[in-house]
Design a protein around this ligand. Structure first.
Ligand code: ELE
Length: 223
């Protein structure tokens, strides 16, 4: 699933559910295919429901899923995927039992291993920059080749390419594509411009020798 969100999964904090549909359309217009609406505001579930009903062309998921109750709320609203900032066994089981694809948050090899043991395959590396950045994910390719990551947290247009060059990264996540103030101001032209810039990262050559040496994703077979 993460590969279908590539290159960037926008993380949106929606304060007014009425902005959800134009937000989704603005992201789509820029060339992005998914949006994660964080459950950090009272408007979040209504926003997810509106996007799921009115903009079926975009994949809408719930972010900041922290409890089993929020799993139920998000699924009932129509979330097509669930994203958590961290993983407890209870939360992970609730997500996996929902039948909706989940991207559990992990920051270490042990957390990744625990999530893989429970059946997750696609993981959010969070907080990506603070937890060590692309070097951590590069180091996990060897021992955990089955894991695919969506690094999120401090990822920006400037550093996204270094993550996207790694063979175990499906997409990156970031709030920079859908700034809270741009949503509040209904500045859809700005969101579309940011989304288009983000979408263009797909074809970007990150340029670093390290990235080139480790780039072995599905689009570029092992050498
Ligand atoms: O909401 C969640 O579930 C989180 O875990 C945190 C978010 O992924 C980050 O807030 C992304 O924000 P930036 O670092 O500004 O791109």
């Amino acid at each position: 699933m993460l590969d279908s969100f590539a290159p960037v999964l926008p993380v949106a904090v929606v304060d007014d559910a009425a902005t959800a549909v134009p937000l989704a359309r603005a992201l789509l217009a820029g060339g992005l295919t998914a949006v994660e609406v964080t459950l950090r505001t009272p408007a979040a579930t209504a926003a997810i429901a509106a996007i799921a009903a009115e903009v079926p062309e975009i994949a809408v998921g719930a972010g900041t899923v922290l409890t089993a109750g929020q799993v139920r709320e998000a699924v009932a609203a129509g979330a097509g995927f669930l994203v958590t900032p961290g993983s407890t066994g209870r939360l992970l089981d609730a997500c996996l039992e929902s039948g909706v694809p989940v991207v559990p948050g992990v920051a270490t090899a042990s957390e990744a291993l625990a999530a893989l043991e429970r059946g997750a395959r696609e993981l959010k590396f969070f907080p990506a920059e603070a937890a060590g950045g692309p070097a951590v994910l590069a180091a996990l390719v060897g021992p955990l080749p089955q894991a695919r990551f969506c690094p999120t947290g401090g990822v920006t247009r400037a550093n996204a390419g270094r993550y996207l060059a790694l063979p175990n990264v499906g997409c990156v996540g970031g709030a920079w594509v859908a700034p809270r103030e741009a949503i509040a101001a209904r500045d859809w032209d700005r969101v579309t411009a940011l989304a288009a810039e983000a979408a263009a990262l797909a074809g970007r050559d990150p340029g670093s020798a390290e990235a080139t040496a480790t780039r072995r994703g599905p689009r570029q077979p092992l050498r």
